[in-house]
Write a protein that binds this ligand. Structure first.
Ligand SMILES: [Zn+2]
Length: 149
């Protein structure tokens, strides 16, 4: 899987500790499964097969739902992000998605400025990193597409 995990301890980034609960796979008999990569060096990172991998899967499902809701699409309309060169600037194209990411970032900024609850701050930072990453990818896609024309 290509999902990145951020704010990891050195042991989590090295793949020897669970990215969710921090359990050490060298000193415990927990079964680990690969769940993504470290942004620092692209190395694989792991989570406990039970229950932490399910926590990550649930989070991914929730994110996918939120993204579909934000984009105004249902599952049947959910198509690959690389589809349709002529749709770059349409509401449902990369440019529309980019604008939604930027709005999400502006919203996160407003909430971060007024929140001091640590779990809310962490949630907002997670949201920020996801939307910032998506915005970067979409901005580059739009740049690449517009250069060709
Ligand atoms: Zn774990």
């Amino acid at each position: 899987m290509e999902r990145y995990f951020w704010h990891m301890s050195p042991r989590q980034a090295d793949g020897i500790a669970c990215v969710v609960c921090g359990a050490d796979f060298l000193t415990t008999k927990i079964t680990s499964v690969p769940v993504g990569r470290s942004p620092a060096d692209e190395s694989q990172v792991y989570a406990c097969q039970v229950p932490c991998a399910a926590v990550i899967a649930k989070e991914a499902e929730r994110m996918a739902r939120e993204m579909r809701t934000a984009a105004g699409i249902d599952d049947a309309d959910a198509t690959d992000v690389a589809d349709g060169a002529d749709a770059v600037f349409s509401v449902d194209g990369h440019f529309g998605s980019l604008l939604r990411d930027l709005r999400a970032l502006a919203g996160a900024e407003a909430l971060l400025a007024t929140t001091d609850d640590i779990s809310t701050v962490r949630y907002l930072l997670g949201l920020t990193s996801r939307h910032a990453e998506a915005a970067m990818i979409r901005a580059r896609l739009v740049l690449a597409r517009t250069k060709e024309e």
